[in-house]
Design a protein around this ligand. Sequence first.
Ligand code: ADP
Ligand code: ZN
Length: 609
Amino acid sequence: MIENITKVLKKYWGYEDFLPLQKEAMACAGSGRDSIVVLPTGGGKSLCFQAPAVAMPGLAVVVSPLISLMKDQIDALTECGVSAGRLDSTVSDQQRDSVFERIHNKTLKLLYVAPERIMSGGFVDFLRKIELSMIAIDEAHCVSMWGHDFRPEYRQLGLLKEALGGVAIHAYTATATDQVRADIAVQLKLRDPEILVGSFDRPNLVYKVRRRGTIVKQVCQVLDRYRGESGIIYCIRRKDVDGMCVKLKAKGYRVAPYHAGLDPERRKKNQESFITEKVDTIVATVAFGMGIDKSNVRYVIHAGMPKSLEHYQQESGRAGRDGLEAECCLFHSGGDYGTWKSILQNSEAAGIEVSMAKLNGIYSYCTALTCRHRMLVSYFGQELEGDGCGACDVCLGELDCIEDSLVTSQKILSCIVRLECRFGGDYTAAVLTGSKDARILQNGHDNLSTYGLLSDFTKRIVRDWTEQLIGQGYAEKTGEYSVLNVTEKGRLVLKGLETPKLGKPAKKRDTRHPRASKAEKQSWEGVDRELFEELRQSRRVIADTKKVPAFVVFGDAALRDMARKRPSTSAGFLHVSGVGEQKNKQYGPQFLTAIKEYCQKHSVEMDVL
Ligand code: ADP
Ligand code: ZN
């Protein structure tokens, strides 16, 4: 069976290799044993059931929570020459007839349905009469109350196993703790499922964390590195979204807002403009993202700190689904911590301890100076192999550790002690830098032995170090006014028994032109960038005419491979990763002409293998 699946993968999708665990997951689907597959976003979960479904006799039924997701997947399958359809409240009579006709003459390979649909009005009876290859459940964590996205309508899916005479069920998700995984098996009544869990690390994402300064300027620096490419900016509040949008528009960036306060029509329109690349950047609250499977999101910027690493993982994870390099920048300030704390205290009384622990988790992530990839995967209970990840600000050397961090930390901590733990971070930094602020003089704090101890530095950097000490557990903010306190661990520093790590942005390097990550070097290797840009234009024209998102025609990865191999013949075009037989036939001539014209005009070698 796996040989057949491998052939199908090449023939329809144009892929020669499997992504990690894909082969195992496909073999399992092919063998008919139930399975639970946990792979990160961009891990290639959909192909885990799509390719076996094409190779196997019968119809695969796919349960998916969102109509927009189903639509995109069916568009993409149709482009590859796979017969797929959907049944939901929005399909036309004509579409529905076509689906039933294809089921009837046994040509339909995949049928997408919403969870509430599959259990309603005799649909199960209908399915019982036809040959099924499998049931695939997408976003399977929705079945569990322990997950973050429980959907009551998923619960009924537990009836399927028996109602359909034991047909194989496969569950797919990007997020599942041990507890949720076990619950998926129980809820769906899986029989001895194979459980495949991939690495949660996303090596193609470059993670960066900075303290927030003039945020619009900071955001523009990122946007300028990705002119004309797609990205998302997340803000904590709606008014931040609106403010950011106005300022970016005024500077000439192509942006659109998205948050729950906009009317639904407008929201939908903005989302579509983003998907179809009429705008480059969507500025949004966390309301944006579910159901977006746009594969070429090149950057995700957080203009404020999210409330947990789970949220951060999910939101930043929308970058680089196509496996190409992408950047995730988080700008935070100590104030974000306070904002979340008061929101959580007012709204989540029941689980406040858990919420606060999560908040502390993301805060440590922001302020620590250890590899971001390592911190993220270890938070989710996995280990990162190897030393430097080569894909975060720490490992890329964008931050320098200061040499005398012990002495500097001692100065800050003893100032907190001298202030008798009655003042916040701003005030403490002002004392340390020798500010002549009236409040300090009135309080007589210019007489403290720690006054002006760090006057060689700006208040901002001292403030930054203070936050780093808090994030690493040497100091803490307490009470309503977030006054600073030295922890037990901090006392060890005062005694010289432990040394915190303090960092600052590296001086020598120009951060507007950061070092390339490993993934970036690899994905551009041998690629003619100018040709890649031209091919993007050709793709745009096709996508506009066909009214589908550009990434449904070809992903960026396929275009780069074209601009790398620069084929001159149809046979050569078929060697490009992501070009299957159907796309070769349909788009080959057009792209081959574009490649030929470009290569002749610029005397660039063709047919590079
Ligand atoms: P997920 O659903 O896990 O987020 P997708 O199924 O959307 O991931 O796949 C992510 C991207 O990886 C898509 O652009 C897809 O075409 C690509 N992809 C999937 N399998 C392979 C493969 N075997 N080789 C190359 N690219 C692949
Ligand atoms: Zn790293």
